[in-house]
Write a protein that binds this ligand. Structure first.
Ligand code: TXA
Ligand code: MG
Length: 321
């Protein structure tokens, strides 16, 4: 078991040393825990793919401390600038054209000429970026295809010895991964719904943003629906539990085993989603039935993760693991 250390000055100094030596450190962000490594070090990036069991054609998000650092790694169009100004630091990832002088490992963007960049809001993540003095490649700190971790304990349960240490910053407040918007071309595209609502992105850009991820049916070769999967079968849009099932409620639901948000608050539901899926994923239940979630605001991201959790299993991996 790697050490789980509370985030403080001393643990950050050690974490910075690990990162610069090419080792991996798990750390909290406002969305989910990340599995971080030096994005300029090909061996460190390869170790991330290895630890997750993630296919190498699936590029990683690169985290930086501020927009100035981001501009060194990619080309910022007017659209990219306005989204960064509105939502950074925060749960938004921008896919931009990669700059030729970036020194990022090629593996980090899987050989593409674009790169996904994010400036996280979590103070611990920001402190780690300063301590490491490197851009951090960081996918969610779970095995590929499994539910994303929102506590340090979840990371330890799944990744164990693959990381040099786990920084514990408590539970993640957003609880669902960042929204990914592709602003590398002339038309913006939503690659993954997440912690920033699509409606908010469209308001800042003053235009509609096309959904170009798997929701639009555009699935890259070898990539697939099943994802964020608990061990038990998941049934969506349930009004009540069938025999043996656990019921994951939303809104008033007296019979619910657990409730994402009794008041029907989508932010609260997003923050609870992954931890509650993990909690219900026990052999004592025959399956997990989930009540309907409205398809607006953060509900879009919640439904995206739930649809993948409910999708048929055992096929090859989909992009965002
Ligand atoms: O909230 C988050 O974004 C978390 C925390 C740790 O920051 N990170 C995360 O990273 O979810 P990851 O690596 O699991 O998500 C990567 C997603 C994948 O869907 C990948 O296909 C997409 O970003 N992606 C990365 N680079 C890309 C690129 N150049 N073009 C298109 N998609 C890209
Ligand atoms: Mg992931």
């Amino acid at each position: 078991m790697p050490p789980i250390l509370p985030l403080n000055h001393d643990s950050l100094v050690v974490a910075g040393i690990h990162i610069r030596a090419g080792r991996l450190v798990a750390f909290p962000t406002e969305t989910v825990y990340g599995l971080g490594g030096d994005a300029t070090n090909g061996a460190a990036v390869a170790a991330i793919f290895e630890a997750k069991g993630r296919p190498r054609f699936n590029p990683l998000i690169v985290h930086v401390h501020d927009i100035a650092a981001a501009r060194n790694l990619g080309r910022f169009s007017a659209m990219a600038e306005s989204l960064a100004a509105a939502f950074w630091p925060g749960p938004l990832t921008l896919v931009v054209e990669r700059s030729e002088t970036s020194q990022l490992s090629d593996l980090v963007s899987a050989g593409l000429d674009t790169v996904a960049l994010r400036v996280p809001a979590h103070e611990g993540a920001r402190d780690l970026l300063e301590a490491a003095q490197r851009p951090l490649a960081a996918p969610s700190a779970n095995r590929s295809g499994r539910v994303s971790p929102t506590t340090a304990r979840h990371v330890a349960d799944e990744l164990g010895d693959a990381v040099a240490m786990i920084l514990d910053g408590g539970p993640c407040t957003v609880g669902i991964e960042s929204t990914i918007v592709d602003v590398s071309g002339r038309q913006p595209g939503l690659l993954r719904p997440g912690g920033v609502a699509l409606e908010s992105v469209e308001e800042v850009l003053g235009r509609k943003v096309a959904v170009v991820g798997a929701e639009a049916g555009v699935i890259a070769p070898g990539m697939l629906q099943s994802h964020y999967a608990p061990g038990l079968p998941v049934r969506l849009d349930a009004r009540r539990a069938r025999r043996g099932e656990a019921l994951l409620g939303f809104g008033p639901a007296p019979g619910a085993t657990l409730n994402l948000s009794e008041t029907g608050d989508l932010r609260e539901a997003a923050a609870n989603l992954f931890a509650m899926l993990r909690a219900l994923d026990r052999p004592g239940f025959a399956g997990i039935a989930v009540m309907p979630i409205p398809e607006r605001g953060l509900g879009r991201a919640i439904n995206d993760r739930l649809r993948r959790a409910a999708a048929p299993r055992g096929e090859p991996e989909r992009p965002d693991s």
